[in-house]
Design a protein around this ligand. Structure first.
Ligand SMILES: CC(C)(COP(=O)(O)OP(=O)(O)OC[C@H]1O[C@@H](n2cnc3c(N)ncnc32)[C@H](O)[C@@H]1OP(=O)(O)O)[C@@H](O)C(=O)NCCC(=O)NCCS
Length: 331
């Protein structure tokens, strides 16, 4: 069976930078609290009228260019986001229209922070089974539209940022290089620990003025539960992917973890005994960009030449659901 590989990467973040000091003007928080708890110094926010598909257009064009192909070569696209421009249709069709590649299939993935790894795994299966040859896999978020920037929302609002990342997946020209395996997990027992309650089809009408006034339209998070589970599941799924390929942590050249929180990344690095040059962290610049964080960090790692040909690279994520996943690649 043929293997798939990442032929090109791209990213885009909106121009507007929002620092922790800017957030201090909106809610009772401090630069010190945010840095200490999360490692975040600033994030980028999109202006009203800009949706995740607009950010994804820029990231996708760059990924296509870096892959040395044209948009006409793309025969399928997968879009991971938890902040789509509309409840339906999904962001995939908006991206497709904006790229001018109407007609090809467009799939939307709703797996929050793990969305990109789930999307990559789906794309990998399509390439392996020869259903498609060139798949655009995108993660993009506009969180700034859906956060509570007053003090009651501060535990969540300070963590997230907007952005997009994209990769082009194609059959690998070298059977020893590319995606070695992907590993997907979820545990719905924890569905309410990080979620947005409303609008909801469980109630009639599905969106009310009260829901808005009571703040039920904003994400709620049990931060400690998320932290506890993330620091266990991240290392577990990374080791699972290594063992599945008869490899060990010592073989790992670069870990690109979902940028949830610098403290979580540090905890994972400590548990796996990784040195600083073995993992990517860019959360200080972008905050947590959910489905976009891995392709953004991957693009930066490639640009900074922190990943070289034949390196063993792990992409791993944990998030709402709870969901967690990893992909192991020979670059
Ligand atoms: C959210 C998180 C940073 C909170 O850190 P923590 O050490 O657990 O902090 P606590 O929840 O104990 O809160 C400590 C205090 O800070 C306050 N606080 C919360 N958010 C704050 C903010 N933005 N600024 C200032 N104070 C804040 C709390 O209200 C609490 O005050 P209290 O003691 O008077 O009640 C931490 O739980 C975490 O990192 N969780 C994982 C989050 C994550 O990665 N989410 C994304 C998953 S993909």
């Amino acid at each position: 069976m043929r293997r798939s590989f990442i032929a090109g990467t791209g990213m885009y973040v909106p121009e507007r930078v929002v620092t922790n000091h800017d957030l201090e003007q909106m809610m009772d928080t401090s630069d010190e609290w945010i840095r200490e708890r999360s490692g975040i110094a600033e994030r980028h926010f999109a202006d009203a009228g800009i949706g995740p598909s607009d950010l994804a257009v820029r990231a996708s064009r760059q990924a296509v260019e870096n892959a040395g192909i044209t948009l006409d070569d793309v025969d399928f696209l997968i879009f991971a986001t938890l902040s789509p421009e509309r409840y339906f249709p999904g962001s995939g069709v908006y991206l497709q229209r904006k790229l001018g590649i109407q007609g090809i299939g467009a799939l939307d993935v709703r797996n929050q922070c793990t969305g990109f790894v789930y999307a990559l795994s789906v794309a990998d299966q399509f390439i392996k089974t020869e259903m498609y040859d060139t798949i655009l896999v995108v993660g993009a978020e506009v969180h700034s539209a859906g956060l509570n920037f007053s003090t009651p929302g501060r535990d969540v609002a300070v963590l997230f940022g907007d952005g997009a990342g994209a990769v082009v997946l194609q059959p690998s020209p070298d059977p020893d290089r590319g995606i070695l395996s992907t590993h997907l997990h979820a545990d719905g027992d924890y569905a309410e620990e990080l979620c947005v309650e409303a609008p909801t089809t469980l109630e009639r009408p599905w969106l009310t003025k009260e829901m808005v006034e009571e703040g039920r339209i904003y994400p709620t998070m049990n931060g400690r539960q998320v932290f506890k589970h993330a620091s266990t599941k991240f290392p577990q799924v990374i080791v699972e992917s290594l063992e599945a390929n008869h490899l060990s942590v010592e073989d790992l050249d670069m870990l690109i973890p979902h940028q949830a929180n610098y403290r979580i990344t540090q905890m994972v690095a400590k548990k796996l005994r990784l040195t600083e040059d073995q993992y990517m962290s860019n959360i200080h610049k972008y905050g947590n960009t959910t489905a976009a964080s891995i392709p953004i960090a991957l693009h930066e790692a490639v640009e900074e030449q922190r990943i070289e040909k034949n390196d063993l690279v792990s992409l791993a994520a944990f998030g709402s659901g709870f969901t967690w996943a990893a992909a192991l690649l020979r670059w």
